[in-house]
Design a protein around this ligand. Structure first.
Ligand code: SF4
Length: 245
């Protein structure tokens, strides 16, 4: 079984290859699409996490097979690589060691624990990891409402600042945008420490999506990113609103 796979659909806009290390994610984000992808309920997916069976042995096998492949492997789409269980399991750390050994391009996408991420930064430098932080809210009370067990806004800013200072390539997943004003505030707060932005709208939650003028948000976000000289990518779903400006 291959554990490094080619994502489809919206996830493909983030990475050509990906690997999920844990089954389940205790961050419990309200907008999480993982339970639907895995044909389970949010209650079950967010209640507990466990290491995927044999994941490190299988990753080692895939890494050997992929040697020389220039495509980047993303950790992880269906769980957070730095959720609390990483403290004892260290699957992400061991995976980055495997990836570094085989000199594969890689990226991490997380809203996880700052202490764990900071401890792995030296390894990220060795592995040439592109460190992605999900950051959609500027206000921590709103963040807690939507991403109850993930790290705080301040912690995420600290991670970005530290990584940038360490010379690690940093990117922000400004997705899913739920509150446009807060998303714009995130750009203002974090732009000095971010090498690349990926911006995407909320999907699958019509009651919230309908309250946002996406054409206006897209215009405002691009204006701000351009003003700061930022490099960015607008995801297809959001870009489709360009015509309505
Ligand atoms: S961190 Fe990602 S996988 Fe985990 S609950 Fe939140 S959205 Fe889902």
């Amino acid at each position: 079984m291959n554990v490094v796979y080619e994502p489809r659909g919206r996830a493909r806009e983030y990475s050509e290859l990906a690997c999920n290390l844990y089954r389940g994610c205790t961050h419990g984000c309200r907008y999480c699409y993982a339970p639907a992808s895995m044909r389970t309920t949010g209650e079950k997916w967010h209640a507990q996490a466990e290491p995927r069976k044999d994941i490190l042995r299988l990753l080692e096998k895939d890494a050997q097979r992929l040697e020389g492949d220039q495509r980047s492997i993303l950790f992880c789409f269906l769980c957070d690589p730095y959720q609390p269980l990483e403290r004892t399991e260290r699957l992400t750390r061991q995976s980055l060691e495997i990836i570094a050994k085989h000199r594969l391009n890689n990226q991490v996408l997380t809203k996880g624990r700052a202490d764990l991420i900071l401890e792995d930064m030296a390894l990220m430098k060795t592995a040439r990891t592109q460190l992605g932080i999900t950051l959609c809210f500027s206000d921590d009370a709103t963040r807690k409402d939507w991403e109850p067990n993930a790290s705080t806004v301040d912690d995420r800013l600290t991670i970005l600042k530290t990584a940038h200072k360490e010379g690690i390539f940093t990117w922000v997943s400004l997705e899913p945008v739920i509150n446009p004003d807060q998303a714009l505030a995130v750009i203002r707060m974090a732009h000095p420490y971010v090498n690349f932005w990926k911006v995407g709208k909320l999907n699958h939650m019509k009651e919230y999506e309908q309250t946002v003028d996406w054409g206006k948000f897209l215009f405002d976000a691009e204006t701000l990113l351009t003003k700061f000289g930022a490099k960015y990518y607008i995801k297809n779903d959001l870009r489709s609103f360009k015509m309505s400006q």
